[in-house]
Design a protein around this ligand. Sequence first.
Ligand SMILES: Cc1cc2nc3c(=O)[nH]c(=O)nc-3n(C[C@H](O)[C@H](O)[C@H](O)COP(=O)(O)O)c2cc1C
Length: 190
Amino acid sequence: MEKINIGTNVSPYPMPLALVGAMVGGRINFLTVAWLARVNYKPAIMAVAINRRHFSAPGIRENGVFSVNYPSADLITETDYCGMVSGRVADKSGIFEVFYGELENAPMIKKCPLCLECRVIDTITLPSNELFLGEIVGAYTEEQYLTDGKPDIKKLNPLLLSMPDNNYWTVGAHAGIPWEAGKQFKREKK
Ligand SMILES: Cc1cc2nc3c(=O)[nH]c(=O)nc-3n(C[C@H](O)[C@H](O)[C@H](O)COP(=O)(O)O)c2cc1C
């Protein structure tokens, strides 16, 4: 089949969605973020791209901390809302019940099955976004989301996004085991 060049407005897919928490002017705020990833093993570092015009950006800059809260699919309404409405025009502090770990200004969402608290170690200025690099200081879940002591994607039931078609998804079927699926092929290549 011939390859078609579809332009540059493409994203990796699916993208896990997160609600990024920050304290802005002393008030709790959450915004929805799809452009985020784990980018370092040790120390564990998250990269989160946030448009510098968003209400949250100066709060993260000022306090040097943020939280990353992965909602399950049943939080689709609240997640979509936090991605449509700015803290500049509405107070989003009462939407979720929050808790704190070690970092005073990184509010985390009780209803989210997996929450990270991060300390900013660097910020990269991109044309529209600030890329906040945050070291994970703590990660929080509940027993009900674990299998053999590890977060279980089926139990977390994360909310995923595809762009540029703009759709929300949940996780599909298990496909294989990493560092295992290619072993036979690797042996044959020797
Ligand atoms: C599905 C979805 C994904 C989004 N991903 C991002 C993102 O990765 N980075 C970003 O800066 N804004 C993203 N947004 C937009 C912000 O969440 C939105 O503008 C929000 O209202 C900003 O909130 P704030 O002004 O209170 O900080 C996304 C919105 C939605 C609905």
